[in-house]
Design a protein around this ligand. Structure first.
Ligand code: CP
Length: 308
């Protein structure tokens, strides 16, 4: 199969076959990462700009590591200290970077559609969405899929429960697209105040009680509670949220005994997840982080390196 995607804005137009091929490619990259000499010359001579308007640890660092493992030249740009503070627009900033020779731009931005806008404005460079507002976080979904697939094998017929602030979650939106394409049944759970109005549009069911939702689930995926939302009165208190919706030993008794516990990070201990669960046997949170580098290597190799 020839790889047809130059950019990754979200996963709407990826087929199941492309996702499967991608997972195999990410496995190959993971094997490279386990070798004593990890670096390969696949992107030698390519310049990649990491263009972050919002804070990030996992996404920014793993993209940078992936770019360096593939021998790309890497430029890390952040809004603070740049000419954005003098009023330069996103489009002019991106054109400036492209004129300096950027072959690809990895962007995180607070505005929904920012990556799509950039892809339409840039003349040649690939664009990778590292999170745009509440819209999408497709590389997070790919690494989630990769880490679950490695543990469970075929995901066809598996059940995933996503618990928490779906309303504001770009991760949930991209995960629903990725996992449902692979045949996973998705159930959303959490307070109704943290759910989008029309959940069925997302292609998922809703069960408000997480103890009911997690029954027979293979994956329990906790979303970060954005603590600033608490001030908007969407949840009564963080303590009450933890008791009613947090991943605790009590909640996991209702899931399959081997259910995987997942979280995109950063985690709020004692809010959406108890420490004994985050650090427990069922947690694959750090496997997700490890998959992040291999997945981003695979993406850059296929889209920028002309991989087959
Ligand atoms: N999961 C995730 O996007 O984490 P960062 O915000 O640290 O990149």
């Amino acid at each position: 199969m020839n790889w047809r995607h130059k950019c990754l804005l979200d996963l709407d137009d990826w087929t199941r076959e492309e996702l499967s091929l991608f997972l195999e490619q990410a496995n190959y990259m993971e094997e490279l990462l386990n070798r004593p000499i990890k670096k390969v010359p696949a992107l030698r001579g390519k310049m990649i700009v990491n263009f972050f308007f919002e804070p990030s640890t996992r996404t920014r660092v793993s993209f940078e590591l992936a770019e360096k493992m593939l021998s790309a030249d890497v430029v890390n740009w952040s809004a603070s200290g740049s000419s954005v503070s003098k009023g330069e627009t996103l489009r002019d900033t991106a054109w400036t970077l492209e004129s300096m020779g950027a072959d690809a731009v990895v962007m995180r931005h607070g505005a929904v559609g920012a990556a799509d806008y950039l892809a339409r404005k840039l003349r040649k460079a690939s664009v990778f969405n590292a999170g745009d507002g509440t819209h999408g976080h497709p590389t997070q979904a790919l690494l989630d899929l990769h880490s679950a697939w490695k543990k469970l094998g075929s995901l066809e017929g598996a059940k995933m429960v996503i618990v928490g602030d779906v309303l504001h979650s770009r991760v949930a939106r991209s995960d629903i697209k990725a996992f449902s394409k692979m045949g996973v049944k998705i159930v959303l759970s959490g307070p109704a105040t943290l759910m989008p109005r029309d959940i069925t549009c997302l292609g998922a069911e809703y069960e408000p009680d997480p103890k009911v939702a997690v029954k027979d689930s293979h994956m329990v995926y906790l979303l970060r509670i954005q603590q600033e939302r608490q001030r908007q009165g969407l949840i009564p208190s963080l303590d009450e949220y933890h008791v009613r919706y947090g991943a605790t030993e009590d909640l996991l008794k209702f899931a399959r005994p081997d259910a995987l516990v997942m979280h995109p990070g950063p985690i709020n201990r004692r809010v959406e997840i108890a420490s004994e669960i985050a650090d427990g046997n069922q947690s694959i949170i750090l496997d997700q982080v490890r998959s992040g580098v291999a997945v981003r290597m695979a993406l850059l190799y296929l889209c920028v390196g002309g991989g087959k």
